[in-house]
Design a binder for this molecule. Structure first.
Ligand code: AMP
Ligand code: ZN
Length: 464
Protein backbone atom coordinates (compact mmCIF):
# COMPACT_ATOMS: atom_id res chain seq x y z
CA UNK A 1 0.00 0.00 0.00
CA UNK A 2 1.33 3.46 -0.76
CA UNK A 3 1.62 6.19 1.83
CA UNK A 4 -1.41 8.43 2.15
CA UNK A 5 -1.41 11.58 4.26
CA UNK A 6 -4.17 13.99 5.21
CA UNK A 7 -3.34 17.50 3.98
CA UNK A 8 -4.91 20.34 5.99
CA UNK A 9 -4.57 22.70 3.01
CA UNK A 10 -6.53 20.65 0.47
CA UNK A 11 -8.61 18.96 3.22
CA UNK A 12 -8.17 15.48 1.80
CA UNK A 13 -6.15 12.35 2.27
CA UNK A 14 -3.81 12.03 -0.69
CA UNK A 15 -1.10 9.70 -1.92
CA UNK A 16 2.24 11.02 -0.82
CA UNK A 17 4.50 11.83 -3.77
CA UNK A 18 7.80 13.39 -2.68
CA UNK A 19 9.43 16.10 -4.78
CA UNK A 20 12.63 14.04 -4.69
CA UNK A 21 12.49 10.45 -3.37
CA UNK A 22 16.24 10.67 -2.77
CA UNK A 23 15.65 13.50 -0.31
CA UNK A 24 12.23 13.57 1.35
CA UNK A 25 11.98 16.83 3.31
CA UNK A 26 9.94 17.56 6.44
CA UNK A 27 9.77 20.60 8.73
CA UNK A 28 8.04 20.64 12.13
CA UNK A 29 7.71 23.73 14.32
CA UNK A 30 9.64 23.14 17.52
CA UNK A 31 9.37 24.57 21.02
CA UNK A 32 9.72 28.13 22.24
CA UNK A 33 12.32 27.51 24.91
CA UNK A 34 11.33 29.28 28.10
CA UNK A 35 9.73 26.54 30.21
CA UNK A 36 9.52 22.77 30.65
CA UNK A 37 7.61 21.09 27.86
CA UNK A 38 4.24 19.63 28.91
CA UNK A 39 2.72 16.35 27.81
CA UNK A 40 0.69 18.17 25.13
CA UNK A 41 3.96 19.31 23.56
CA UNK A 42 5.02 15.66 23.47
CA UNK A 43 2.26 14.86 21.00
CA UNK A 44 3.83 16.51 17.91
CA UNK A 45 7.25 15.24 19.04
CA UNK A 46 6.06 11.62 19.06
CA UNK A 47 3.66 11.79 16.09
CA UNK A 48 6.17 13.35 13.71
CA UNK A 49 8.91 11.04 14.97
CA UNK A 50 6.73 8.10 13.91
CA UNK A 51 6.31 9.74 10.50
CA UNK A 52 10.08 10.33 10.28
CA UNK A 53 10.69 6.65 11.08
CA UNK A 54 8.09 5.53 8.53
CA UNK A 55 9.62 7.76 5.81
CA UNK A 56 13.08 6.37 6.60
CA UNK A 57 11.67 2.86 6.29
CA UNK A 58 9.98 3.62 2.96
CA UNK A 59 12.66 5.80 1.30
CA UNK A 60 15.83 4.75 3.13
CA UNK A 61 17.37 6.25 6.24
CA UNK A 62 19.74 8.45 4.23
CA UNK A 63 16.98 9.87 2.06
CA UNK A 64 14.92 11.80 4.60
CA UNK A 65 15.72 15.23 6.03
CA UNK A 66 13.80 16.25 9.14
CA UNK A 67 14.15 19.79 10.51
CA UNK A 68 12.68 20.79 13.88
CA UNK A 69 13.59 24.31 14.94
CA UNK A 70 14.17 25.85 18.33
CA UNK A 71 12.56 29.24 18.90
CA UNK A 72 15.03 31.04 21.12
CA UNK A 73 13.88 34.61 20.52
CA UNK A 74 10.47 35.54 21.93
CA UNK A 75 9.13 38.08 24.38
CA UNK A 76 8.03 35.27 26.73
CA UNK A 77 11.67 34.23 26.95
CA UNK A 78 12.70 37.78 27.88
CA UNK A 79 10.11 37.93 30.66
CA UNK A 80 11.16 34.56 32.05
CA UNK A 81 14.84 35.53 31.94
CA UNK A 82 14.24 38.76 33.83
CA UNK A 83 12.14 36.92 36.43
CA UNK A 84 14.50 33.97 36.98
CA UNK A 85 17.86 35.77 36.79
CA UNK A 86 17.17 39.35 37.91
CA UNK A 87 20.84 40.00 38.73
CA UNK A 88 22.24 39.04 35.34
CA UNK A 89 22.37 41.32 32.30
CA UNK A 90 19.30 40.41 30.22
CA UNK A 91 21.22 38.88 27.31
CA UNK A 92 23.09 36.52 29.66
CA UNK A 93 19.91 35.63 31.48
CA UNK A 94 18.22 34.88 28.16
CA UNK A 95 21.07 32.63 27.12
CA UNK A 96 20.78 30.72 30.40
CA UNK A 97 17.03 30.23 30.00
CA UNK A 98 17.18 29.14 26.37
CA UNK A 99 20.16 26.81 26.79
CA UNK A 100 18.73 25.08 29.85
CA UNK A 101 15.28 24.74 28.33
CA UNK A 102 16.54 23.51 24.95
CA UNK A 103 18.74 20.90 26.66
CA UNK A 104 15.79 19.73 28.77
CA UNK A 105 13.59 19.51 25.67
CA UNK A 106 16.25 17.45 23.88
CA UNK A 107 16.52 15.00 26.75
CA UNK A 108 12.71 14.76 27.08
CA UNK A 109 12.37 14.00 23.36
CA UNK A 110 15.09 11.35 23.53
CA UNK A 111 13.50 9.74 26.59
CA UNK A 112 10.23 9.50 24.65
CA UNK A 113 12.05 7.32 22.13
CA UNK A 114 12.28 9.99 19.43
CA UNK A 115 15.16 10.08 16.99
CA UNK A 116 17.16 13.28 16.81
CA UNK A 117 15.99 15.30 13.78
CA UNK A 118 18.53 15.77 11.00
CA UNK A 119 18.82 19.48 11.86
CA UNK A 120 17.68 21.46 14.93
CA UNK A 121 18.42 25.07 13.98
CA UNK A 122 18.06 27.91 16.48
CA UNK A 123 16.23 31.01 15.32
CA UNK A 124 18.90 33.41 16.60
CA UNK A 125 21.42 31.89 14.17
CA UNK A 126 19.21 32.83 11.22
CA UNK A 127 18.40 36.50 11.85
CA UNK A 128 21.35 38.08 10.03
CA UNK A 129 22.73 37.18 6.59
CA UNK A 130 25.01 34.17 7.02
CA UNK A 131 28.54 33.43 5.91
CA UNK A 132 27.38 30.10 4.42
CA UNK A 133 24.75 31.83 2.27
CA UNK A 134 21.83 29.88 3.80
CA UNK A 135 18.50 31.71 3.94
CA UNK A 136 18.10 34.28 6.73
CA UNK A 137 15.29 36.46 8.05
CA UNK A 138 16.62 39.89 7.11
CA UNK A 139 17.17 38.89 3.47
CA UNK A 140 13.69 37.33 3.31
CA UNK A 141 12.12 40.52 4.65
CA UNK A 142 14.06 42.58 2.10
CA UNK A 143 12.75 40.32 -0.67
CA UNK A 144 9.19 40.78 0.58
CA UNK A 145 9.57 44.57 0.58
CA UNK A 146 11.15 44.52 -2.89
CA UNK A 147 8.29 42.43 -4.28
CA UNK A 148 5.66 44.73 -2.81
CA UNK A 149 4.46 42.35 -0.07
CA UNK A 150 5.72 44.23 2.98
CA UNK A 151 5.93 47.81 4.20
CA UNK A 152 7.41 49.84 7.03
CA UNK A 153 5.03 51.60 9.42
CA UNK A 154 5.00 52.62 13.06
CA UNK A 155 8.56 51.40 13.61
CA UNK A 156 7.71 47.93 12.31
CA UNK A 157 7.95 46.03 9.05
CA UNK A 158 4.60 44.44 8.30
CA UNK A 159 3.40 41.85 5.82
CA UNK A 160 0.66 43.25 3.57
CA UNK A 161 -1.94 40.48 3.45
CA UNK A 162 -3.93 42.23 0.73
CA UNK A 163 -0.93 41.83 -1.60
CA UNK A 164 -1.64 38.09 -1.65
CA UNK A 165 -4.97 37.23 -3.31
CA UNK A 166 -5.29 33.76 -1.78
CA UNK A 167 -4.14 34.65 1.74
CA UNK A 168 -6.11 32.53 4.22
CA UNK A 169 -6.39 29.30 2.22
CA UNK A 170 -4.94 27.06 4.93
CA UNK A 171 -7.19 28.19 7.76
CA UNK A 172 -10.18 28.96 5.56
CA UNK A 173 -10.26 32.60 6.66
CA UNK A 174 -11.28 34.86 3.83
CA UNK A 175 -9.86 38.37 3.85
CA UNK A 176 -13.16 40.09 3.18
CA UNK A 177 -14.78 38.36 6.17
CA UNK A 178 -12.36 40.09 8.48
CA UNK A 179 -14.09 43.18 9.72
CA UNK A 180 -12.00 45.95 11.16
CA UNK A 181 -12.98 45.83 14.81
CA UNK A 182 -12.14 47.24 18.20
CA UNK A 183 -8.43 46.63 17.76
CA UNK A 184 -8.22 49.19 14.96
CA UNK A 185 -6.99 51.91 17.30
CA UNK A 186 -4.02 49.79 18.41
CA UNK A 187 -3.30 48.74 14.84
CA UNK A 188 -3.77 52.16 13.25
CA UNK A 189 -0.48 51.86 11.39
CA UNK A 190 -1.63 48.65 9.63
CA UNK A 191 -3.14 48.72 6.17
CA UNK A 192 -5.28 45.72 7.07
CA UNK A 193 -6.01 44.32 10.56
CA UNK A 194 -4.52 40.93 9.62
CA UNK A 195 -1.17 42.41 8.55
CA UNK A 196 1.45 40.86 10.78
CA UNK A 197 4.88 41.80 12.08
CA UNK A 198 8.02 40.73 10.25
CA UNK A 199 10.37 42.99 12.19
CA UNK A 200 9.95 45.17 15.26
CA UNK A 201 12.18 47.63 17.02
CA UNK A 202 14.00 46.67 20.21
CA UNK A 203 14.57 49.15 22.95
CA UNK A 204 17.03 49.28 25.82
CA UNK A 205 18.29 45.87 26.80
CA UNK A 206 15.79 43.92 24.71
CA UNK A 207 17.51 41.46 22.36
CA UNK A 208 18.16 43.15 19.04
CA UNK A 209 20.09 42.95 15.79
CA UNK A 210 21.19 45.80 13.52
CA UNK A 211 19.03 45.83 10.39
CA UNK A 212 18.08 48.16 7.53
CA UNK A 213 15.10 49.12 9.74
CA UNK A 214 17.11 49.91 12.84
CA UNK A 215 18.01 47.75 15.82
CA UNK A 216 15.25 45.22 16.27
CA UNK A 217 14.11 41.62 16.36
CA UNK A 218 12.09 39.37 14.06
CA UNK A 219 8.46 38.41 14.36
CA UNK A 220 7.75 34.77 15.16
CA UNK A 221 6.51 33.54 11.76
CA UNK A 222 9.49 34.70 9.70
CA UNK A 223 11.79 32.37 11.65
CA UNK A 224 10.26 29.24 10.22
CA UNK A 225 10.21 30.62 6.68
CA UNK A 226 13.95 31.27 6.97
CA UNK A 227 14.97 28.03 8.66
CA UNK A 228 12.88 25.79 6.40
CA UNK A 229 14.29 27.49 3.28
CA UNK A 230 17.82 27.24 4.74
CA UNK A 231 17.68 23.45 5.04
CA UNK A 232 14.86 22.27 2.79
CA UNK A 233 14.64 24.80 -0.05
CA UNK A 234 11.85 27.12 -1.20
CA UNK A 235 9.33 24.27 -1.61
CA UNK A 236 9.46 21.02 0.34
CA UNK A 237 7.30 17.99 1.10
CA UNK A 238 5.77 18.04 4.57
CA UNK A 239 5.19 20.77 7.15
CA UNK A 240 3.81 19.79 10.55
CA UNK A 241 2.82 21.06 13.96
CA UNK A 242 -0.05 21.22 16.42
CA UNK A 243 -3.50 22.29 15.25
CA UNK A 244 -3.28 25.62 17.09
CA UNK A 245 -0.50 26.63 14.70
CA UNK A 246 -2.73 26.62 11.59
CA UNK A 247 -3.69 30.21 12.24
CA UNK A 248 -1.93 32.54 12.37
CA UNK A 249 1.48 30.86 12.40
CA UNK A 250 1.33 28.50 9.41
CA UNK A 251 -0.94 30.76 7.40
CA UNK A 252 1.67 33.49 7.76
CA UNK A 253 4.60 31.20 7.08
CA UNK A 254 2.93 30.28 3.77
CA UNK A 255 2.32 33.93 2.91
CA UNK A 256 5.93 34.91 3.61
CA UNK A 257 7.58 31.97 1.89
CA UNK A 258 5.44 31.95 -1.23
CA UNK A 259 5.60 35.72 -1.68
CA UNK A 260 9.35 35.96 -1.03
CA UNK A 261 10.19 33.09 -3.39
CA UNK A 262 7.43 33.59 -5.93
CA UNK A 263 6.23 29.98 -5.59
CA UNK A 264 2.71 28.55 -5.59
CA UNK A 265 3.35 26.42 -2.49
CA UNK A 266 5.59 26.35 0.57
CA UNK A 267 5.04 22.67 1.42
CA UNK A 268 2.97 20.06 -0.42
CA UNK A 269 1.43 18.39 2.67
CA UNK A 270 0.37 20.28 5.81
CA UNK A 271 -0.12 18.01 8.81
CA UNK A 272 -1.56 18.99 12.19
CA UNK A 273 -1.99 17.00 15.37
CA UNK A 274 -5.07 17.58 17.51
CA UNK A 275 -4.76 18.57 21.15
CA UNK A 276 -4.67 16.34 24.17
CA UNK A 277 -6.38 17.08 27.42
CA UNK A 278 -5.96 15.59 30.87
CA UNK A 279 -8.66 13.53 32.62
CA UNK A 280 -11.35 15.29 30.57
CA UNK A 281 -10.09 18.81 31.28
CA UNK A 282 -8.13 21.30 29.28
CA UNK A 283 -4.59 21.41 30.60
CA UNK A 284 -3.78 24.72 32.21
CA UNK A 285 -1.58 26.07 34.94
CA UNK A 286 -4.53 27.69 36.69
CA UNK A 287 -6.42 24.38 36.92
CA UNK A 288 -3.35 22.76 38.43
CA UNK A 289 -3.40 19.88 35.93
CA UNK A 290 -0.37 21.05 33.98
CA UNK A 291 1.88 18.01 33.60
CA UNK A 292 5.43 18.29 32.35
CA UNK A 293 7.12 15.52 30.38
CA UNK A 294 9.88 15.55 32.95
CA UNK A 295 7.50 14.88 35.85
CA UNK A 296 5.85 12.01 33.99
CA UNK A 297 9.24 10.52 33.18
CA UNK A 298 9.98 10.36 36.90
CA UNK A 299 7.08 7.90 37.28
CA UNK A 300 6.90 6.10 33.93
CA UNK A 301 9.35 4.80 31.35
CA UNK A 302 9.38 6.99 28.23
CA UNK A 303 8.10 4.08 26.14
CA UNK A 304 4.94 3.91 28.26
CA UNK A 305 4.25 7.59 27.52
CA UNK A 306 4.99 6.93 23.85
CA UNK A 307 2.64 3.95 23.57
CA UNK A 308 -0.07 5.81 25.46
CA UNK A 309 0.23 8.74 23.03
CA UNK A 310 -0.04 6.48 19.99
CA UNK A 311 -3.26 4.84 21.19
CA UNK A 312 -5.17 7.80 19.71
CA UNK A 313 -5.01 8.82 16.07
CA UNK A 314 -3.08 12.09 15.73
CA UNK A 315 -6.05 13.90 14.15
CA UNK A 316 -8.40 13.02 17.03
CA UNK A 317 -8.48 14.90 20.30
CA UNK A 318 -7.16 12.63 23.04
CA UNK A 319 -7.78 12.29 26.72
CA UNK A 320 -4.64 11.55 28.76
CA UNK A 321 -5.54 9.52 31.84
CA UNK A 322 -3.84 7.65 34.66
CA UNK A 323 -5.90 4.58 33.76
CA UNK A 324 -4.61 4.75 30.18
CA UNK A 325 -1.02 4.98 31.44
CA UNK A 326 -1.48 1.96 33.69
CA UNK A 327 -2.83 -0.06 30.78
CA UNK A 328 0.01 1.06 28.52
CA UNK A 329 2.53 0.02 31.17
CA UNK A 330 0.97 -3.45 31.39
CA UNK A 331 0.98 -3.82 27.63
CA UNK A 332 4.65 -2.93 27.42
CA UNK A 333 5.58 -5.32 30.27
CA UNK A 334 3.92 -8.03 28.25
CA UNK A 335 5.53 -7.02 24.96
CA UNK A 336 8.96 -6.96 26.57
CA UNK A 337 8.26 -10.40 28.02
CA UNK A 338 7.35 -11.78 24.59
CA UNK A 339 9.91 -10.07 22.36
CA UNK A 340 12.65 -8.14 24.13
CA UNK A 341 15.32 -10.76 23.49
CA UNK A 342 14.76 -10.57 19.73
CA UNK A 343 15.99 -8.10 17.16
CA UNK A 344 13.55 -9.26 14.50
CA UNK A 345 14.24 -9.19 10.80
CA UNK A 346 11.42 -7.53 8.94
CA UNK A 347 8.60 -5.35 10.23
CA UNK A 348 5.12 -6.68 9.56
CA UNK A 349 3.41 -5.50 6.35
CA UNK A 350 0.20 -5.00 8.33
CA UNK A 351 1.98 -2.55 10.65
CA UNK A 352 3.47 -0.63 7.70
CA UNK A 353 0.06 -0.58 6.01
CA UNK A 354 -1.63 0.83 9.13
CA UNK A 355 0.98 3.58 9.40
CA UNK A 356 0.80 4.26 5.67
CA UNK A 357 -2.88 5.06 6.08
CA UNK A 358 -2.30 8.58 7.43
CA UNK A 359 -0.44 7.24 10.49
CA UNK A 360 -3.25 5.05 11.75
CA UNK A 361 -1.57 4.19 15.05
CA UNK A 362 -4.68 2.68 16.73
CA UNK A 363 -4.81 0.21 13.83
CA UNK A 364 -1.08 -0.38 14.21
CA UNK A 365 -1.52 -1.22 17.89
CA UNK A 366 -4.38 -3.62 17.12
CA UNK A 367 -2.07 -5.34 14.62
CA UNK A 368 0.69 -5.53 17.22
CA UNK A 369 -1.69 -7.20 19.70
CA UNK A 370 -2.60 -9.82 17.09
CA UNK A 371 1.06 -10.46 16.30
CA UNK A 372 1.82 -10.74 19.99
CA UNK A 373 -0.82 -13.45 20.43
CA UNK A 374 0.42 -15.40 17.48
CA UNK A 375 4.02 -14.99 18.70
CA UNK A 376 3.14 -16.14 22.21
CA UNK A 377 1.45 -19.24 20.85
CA UNK A 378 4.68 -20.27 19.17
CA UNK A 379 4.71 -18.66 15.73
CA UNK A 380 8.37 -17.68 15.45
CA UNK A 381 7.95 -15.78 12.18
CA UNK A 382 5.32 -13.56 13.81
CA UNK A 383 7.49 -13.14 16.89
CA UNK A 384 10.31 -11.88 14.68
CA UNK A 385 7.98 -9.50 12.84
CA UNK A 386 6.50 -8.40 16.14
CA UNK A 387 9.94 -7.48 17.52
CA UNK A 388 11.05 -5.77 14.29
CA UNK A 389 7.82 -3.76 14.13
CA UNK A 390 8.13 -2.63 17.74
CA UNK A 391 11.70 -1.50 17.15
CA UNK A 392 10.76 0.30 13.96
CA UNK A 393 8.34 2.58 15.81
CA UNK A 394 10.60 3.23 18.78
CA UNK A 395 9.95 0.47 21.33
CA UNK A 396 12.16 -2.23 22.88
CA UNK A 397 15.07 0.18 23.23
CA UNK A 398 15.98 -1.57 26.50
CA UNK A 399 16.90 -5.17 27.16
CA UNK A 400 14.46 -7.33 29.12
CA UNK A 401 16.82 -7.08 32.09
CA UNK A 402 16.99 -3.29 31.98
CA UNK A 403 13.22 -3.07 31.67
CA UNK A 404 12.67 -5.38 34.62
CA UNK A 405 15.45 -3.75 36.61
CA UNK A 406 13.91 -0.32 36.19
CA UNK A 407 10.56 -1.59 37.44
CA UNK A 408 12.22 -3.23 40.40
CA UNK A 409 13.99 -0.02 41.23
CA UNK A 410 10.75 1.89 40.97
CA UNK A 411 9.04 -0.61 43.28
CA UNK A 412 11.87 -0.45 45.81
CA UNK A 413 12.53 -4.21 45.67
CA UNK A 414 16.03 -5.35 46.52
CA UNK A 415 16.88 -7.71 43.67
CA UNK A 416 19.91 -9.21 45.45
CA UNK A 417 17.75 -10.18 48.39
CA UNK A 418 15.17 -11.73 46.04
CA UNK A 419 17.86 -13.79 44.29
CA UNK A 420 19.18 -14.99 47.66
CA UNK A 421 15.74 -16.04 48.86
CA UNK A 422 15.13 -17.88 45.59
CA UNK A 423 18.36 -19.87 45.91
CA UNK A 424 17.54 -20.63 49.60
CA UNK A 425 14.16 -21.88 48.42
CA UNK A 426 15.77 -24.05 45.72
CA UNK A 427 18.05 -25.54 48.36
CA UNK A 428 15.07 -26.22 50.67
CA UNK A 429 13.21 -27.94 47.86
CA UNK A 430 16.27 -30.00 46.98
CA UNK A 431 16.36 -31.36 50.53
CA UNK A 432 12.55 -31.78 50.38
CA UNK A 433 11.94 -29.23 53.15
CA UNK A 434 8.67 -28.05 51.62
CA UNK A 435 7.59 -26.24 54.77
CA UNK A 436 10.62 -23.96 54.45
CA UNK A 437 10.27 -23.55 50.66
CA UNK A 438 6.61 -22.52 51.08
CA UNK A 439 7.58 -20.10 53.83
CA UNK A 440 10.12 -18.45 51.53
CA UNK A 441 7.56 -18.24 48.72
CA UNK A 442 5.16 -16.49 51.12
CA UNK A 443 7.91 -14.14 52.24
CA UNK A 444 8.57 -13.20 48.59
CA UNK A 445 4.85 -12.74 47.98
CA UNK A 446 4.69 -10.36 50.93
CA UNK A 447 7.46 -8.34 49.24
CA UNK A 448 5.31 -8.18 46.09
CA UNK A 449 7.33 -10.77 44.17
CA UNK A 450 5.66 -13.60 42.25
CA UNK A 451 7.77 -16.63 41.33
CA UNK A 452 7.29 -19.04 38.47
CA UNK A 453 8.87 -22.48 38.42
CA UNK A 454 9.65 -24.20 35.14
CA UNK A 455 12.00 -26.83 33.81
CA UNK A 456 14.61 -24.16 33.17
CA UNK A 457 14.50 -22.92 36.75
CA UNK A 458 12.71 -20.23 38.72
CA UNK A 459 11.94 -16.77 37.35
CA UNK A 460 10.24 -13.96 39.15
CA UNK A 461 8.37 -10.77 38.51
CA UNK A 462 6.66 -8.03 40.40
CA UNK A 463 3.02 -8.63 41.29
CA UNK A 464 0.69 -6.29 39.42
P1 AMP B 1 4.28 25.79 21.99
O1 AMP B 1 5.60 25.69 22.72
O2 AMP B 1 3.13 26.23 22.82
O3 AMP B 1 4.43 26.58 20.70
O4 AMP B 1 3.90 24.31 21.55
C1 AMP B 1 4.79 23.44 20.90
C2 AMP B 1 4.01 22.42 20.13
O5 AMP B 1 3.13 21.68 20.99
C3 AMP B 1 3.12 23.02 19.04
O6 AMP B 1 3.17 22.18 17.90
C4 AMP B 1 1.74 22.99 19.67
O7 AMP B 1 0.73 22.93 18.70
C5 AMP B 1 1.80 21.69 20.46
N1 AMP B 1 0.84 21.65 21.57
C6 AMP B 1 0.70 22.56 22.56
N2 AMP B 1 -0.26 22.18 23.44
C7 AMP B 1 -0.73 20.99 23.01
C8 AMP B 1 -1.74 20.07 23.49
N3 AMP B 1 -2.42 20.28 24.62
N4 AMP B 1 -1.96 18.95 22.77
C9 AMP B 1 -1.26 18.69 21.65
N5 AMP B 1 -0.31 19.51 21.14
C10 AMP B 1 -0.03 20.64 21.81
ZN1 ZN C 1 6.85 27.43 12.59
Amino acid sequence: MDLRLYDTLTREKRSFVPLDPKNVRMYVCGPTVYDFAHIGNARPVIVFDVLFRLLRHLYGADHVTYVRNITDVDDKINERAARDFPRLPLNEAIRKVTEQTAAQFGSDAAALGSLTPTFEPRATDFVLPRADGKADMITLIQQLIARGHAYEAGGEVLFDVRSMPDYGALSGRKLKEQRPGARVAVDAHKRSPLDFVLWKQSSGDEPGWESPWGRGRPGWHIECSAMSAAYLGDVFDIHGGGIDLIFPHHENEIAQSRCAHGTSAMANYWMHNEFLQIEDAKMSKSLGNFVTIRDLLADWPGEVLRLNMLKAHYRSPMDWTLKGLEESAKTLDDWYWVAADLKGEKASDAVIDALSDDLNTPQMIATLHALRNSAASGNERDRSQFAASLRLVGFLSESAEEWKGRKQQASGIDTKQVDMLISDRAAARARKDFKESDRIRDELAAMGVVIKDSKEGTTWEIAR
